[in-house]
Ligand binder design. Structure first.
Ligand SMILES: [Fe+2]
Ligand SMILES: [Fe+2]
Length: 394
């Protein structure tokens, strides 16, 4: 009896929707001018859980890390961004990449690379600004790490010679995200470990931007050097390294949030990090198979493990460049079977402290004058510990 009442109600609702479709469409158009500035629709979902100290700690840490992301993306956009940035509410302080030869190398990865670089850049600026504005709207302190902007940028002509938070000239890039997202038997949250796609990037120090005008130039045939292509390829793998970090960080911290609106912020910004990662994951696979000094970009489609020369069907699947969708793997409990997911999402593997450690190990904060990290690592670590310590309070 109950069931038929429900079906009747569903039928009525569906008819009501169909007949009122025109009105609804008009209401949507009007909505922008009549809705209050804050989202009334969402407040209906509120469960009364307050914004806790832990929520503020999480938002503060995320704002800090977004400032770091914005800083590194601005450096990429200065040299390799698009001349037409499209419609964006964020005005980048420059109109296009200053190093056309570097852009030639980036275009090998995808014809839209400069546009994607500019877009990723203003996304990160917007994340940092929004999080700071939100903190202020809740009478919490905004975060600003500018005092740590002491690292020298690229010397390429035209690059503003002001201190930066990050160093993109001496990176050691963990490319194991590549095999982690292809594995169907291992998950970092279950202790899984993963091989690098580009083993040479995971050791030594490599530039991901042209360091000076000496890195630029073309030969008589208009081709760039292997060195400059290697720099562009390095950037391609670095983009995905950075954005997969954000893809894990937001769901890891979301599990500690108490207030629903704060949770909405984390889920919504986190989704944008995943969109970035998925794009860069696809592009990195187009990196040309070249060698520059001690850095080789292996052909990942030969069925050979570039780490040890092993072969076999599983090996081929672990490296094949078009397998960019997250392969189903084990999650929570192996009895539940494999599932396609973001990985990791535990505090230990993907939380705030883990993110700071992975950025520091990447060489992002290396001061070339001392070969040590700048003070930003201590500041980020303090904020990260507070964020990881937050607990959901319902
Ligand atoms: Fe971001
Ligand atoms: Fe990001």
């Amino acid at each position: 009896m109950k069931k038929s009442e429900n079906s009747m109600q569903r039928g009525t609702n569906r008819r009501k929707f169909l007949t009122s479709g025109m009105v609804a469409a008009g209401a949507v158009t009007m909505g922008a001018s009549v809705l209050p500035v804050t989202s009334a629709a969402f407040s209906g979902e509120e469960d009364g859980a307050p914004i806790t100290k832990g929520d503020i700690a999480i938002l503060t840490f995320l704002s800090a890390l977004e400032q770091v992301e914005a800083d590194l993306w601005i450096q990429y956009a200065e040299l390799g961004g698009a001349t037409n940035q499209g419609l964006s509410p964020i005005d980048l302080p420059f109109t296009g990449g200053l190093a056309p030869d570097y852009i030639t190398g980036l275009l090998v990865l995808d014809g839209d690379m400069p546009q994607y670089i500019s877009d990723n850049t203003d996304d990160e600026i917007s994340h940092h600004r929004f999080l700071n504005n939100y903190l202020e709207s809740k009478s919490a302190k905004q975060i600003d790490l500018s005092r740590f902007a002491i690292l020298p940028p690229s010397q390429v002509t035209g690059v503003p010679q002001k201190g930066r938070l990050t160093n993109l000239k001496q990176l050691t890039i963990d490319t194991s995200w590549w095999t982690r997202y292809r594995s169907e038997t291992a998950n970092p949250d279950f202790g899984g470990t993963f091989e690098n796609a580009v083993p040479d990037l995971a050791k030594g120090q490599h530039p991901a931007i042209p360091v000076s005008d000496a890195d630029l130039g073309v030969d008589a045939n208009g081709n760039i050097s292997n060195h400059l292509q290697a720099i562009a390829n390095t950037a391609g793998f670095h983009f995905a390294f950075i954005e997969q970090g954000g893809s894990s960080l937001y769901p890891a911290l979301a599990q500690k949030v108490t207030n629903l609106e704060v949770l909405r912020i984390l889920l919504s910004i986190g989704g944008s990090e995943i969109a970035h990662f998925q794009t860069w994951h696809d592009k990195a696979g187009n990196a040309t198979n070249i060698t520059d000094g001690n850095l080789t970009f292996p052909n990942l489609n030969t069925g050979v493990d570039p780490n040890n020369g092993a072969t076999g069907n599983n090996i081929a699947d672990d490296f094949q460049t078009n397998l960019i969708m997250p392969e189903p793997t084990f999650f929570l409990d192996k009895k539940l079977g494999p599932v396609s997911i973001i990985r990791p999402t535990s505090t230990q593997q993907g939380g705030a402290v883990a993110s700071v450690v992975s950025f520091a190990e990447d060489g992002l904060f290396r001061d070339p004058s001392t070969n040590r990290n700048t003070g930003i690592v201590d500041a980020l670590m303090r904020l990260a510990e507070q964020a990881d310590e937050a607990r959901r309070k319902i």
